[in-house]
Design a protein around this ligand. Structure first.
Ligand SMILES: *Cc1c(COP(=O)(O)O)cnc(C)c1O
Length: 364
């Protein structure tokens, strides 16, 4: 048996004819940038997330970076980020010239540890950027409480958490603003790059609509030195199709995750703890073991594809070698032990049973 880590062709095959129709519609319209499809997707995604504004942008990194710019966060400011995340979270902060302040994860949820945030706050701290890692919302009650007491912005990196809930509210509506990615492998994935910002902040939304479009709201009038970062009509049309099926896809992922958790409960693998108020959308199904590399090789020999998210922590990347980072032992240990098993809406219960059986055989 052969179970790939992820096959995006199979993900999109489910919606083949609807996607083709939507692409045809855009092709014939003769309108490809900032037209009706993007406006409609922005309305639909804002409603889905339970916010008043959605601003489509070119990718998830731009979404995060433009929120920071929109709030005027700049050199001299500090932004608190999780130490264990995809590098885009950190790059968003370095793009505005602010200082990256990494905070260690909670060893049970693997998300940023709220009790370690407070000790990282200084007079220069402007924002906390929690990541809902692997689709599970961070401990937002504690994070929002700290932010309120210290008057900090909370910017969600929701790139892995389309549709996740915390206390009944959707990711993207939990802080001041949120950045989403529609990179093809995400739970809501385009056929190329795409991203969006969600917020209830009217002023921020207005600034961001200009910033993403050359600093302009009226053609050829440029009020600020903006960038070109727009979600295009083709991607918006595809995303409108897939948004209709996002809850069903996420329910499928949750069922597969429950099957994995039950089947793996008796193994020495450590599984993620999802806080009671949180509902994960299982972007990834990651497990943890000190025997990670041997398990990975064994699974490969049995036809099971796996990945490591992420093999090198941000503070160990050459890109950030010019800065002195404090010791981050929890992050480093986690990074050396994590392994992501196959997770996609098209997988069957039998696929998950096969993977779990191979894991059990490895530990037997
Ligand atoms: C994917 C991702 C991003 C960036 O998204 P892009 O669209 O690839 O720029 C940011 N943060 C996290 C946590 C991600 O997983």
């Amino acid at each position: 048996m052969q179970i790939e880590f992820l096959n995006l062709g199979r993900v999109n095959a489910e919606y083949d004819s609807a996607i083709r129709e939507s692409i045809d519609r855009v092709l014939r319209s003769g309108y490809y940038i900032l037209g009706e499809e993007t406006a409609a997707f922005e309305r639909e995604f804002a409603r889905y997330c339970g916010v008043t504004h959605c601003i489509g942008v070119a990718n998830g990194l731009d979404a995060l970076h433009l929120i920071l710019r929109g709030y005027g966060i700049a050199p001299g400011d500090e932004v608190i980020v999780p130490a264990n995340t995809f590098i885009a979270t950190w790059l968003a902060v370095s793009l505005v010239g602010a200082r990256i302040v990494p905070v260690e994860p909670d060893p049970s949820t693997w998300n940023i540890a709220p009790e370690r945030i407070e000790e990282a706050i200084t007079s220069r701290t402007r924002a906390i950027m929690p990541v809902h890692l692997y689709g599970a919302p961070a401990d937002m009650d504690a994070i929002l409480d700290i932010a309120r007491r210290h008057r900090l912005r909370v910017i969600e990196d929701a790139a892995q958490a389309h549709g996740a809930r915390y206390g009944g509210l959707r990711a993207g509506s939990l802080g001041d603003a949120a950045g989403f990615s529609f990179y093809p492998g995400k739970n809501l994935g385009a056929l190329g790059d795409g991203g969006a910002i969600t917020t209830n902040d009217d002023e921020l939304a207005e600034r961001l609509r200009k910033l993403r479009n050359y600093g302009s709201s009226i053609k050829y009038q440029h009020e600020v030195a903006g960038v070109n970062s727009r979600l295009d009509e083709m991607q918006s049309a595809v995303l409108r199709v897939k948004l209709q099926h996002l809850d069903a896809d996420n329910a499928r992922r949750a069922a597969l995750a429950a099957a994995y958790r039950e089947a793996l409960a008796e193994t020495p693998l450590e599984l993620i703890r999802v806080p009671e108020q949180a509902q994960s959308v299982w972007h990834l199904f990651a497990v943890r073991t000190p025997r990670r590399d041997a398990l990975r090789d064994y699974l490969a020999s049995r036809g099971v594809g796996t990945q490591i998210h992420y093999p090198v922590p941000c503070h160990r990347q050459a890109a950030f070698a010019d800065q002195a980072w404090s010791a981050l032992p929890v992050t480093e240990l986690l990074q050396s032990e994590i392994l992501s098993l196959p997770m996609a809406p098209y997988l069957s219960a039998d696929d998950v049973a096969y993977v779990a059986a191979q894991v059990k055989a490895f530990f037997a």
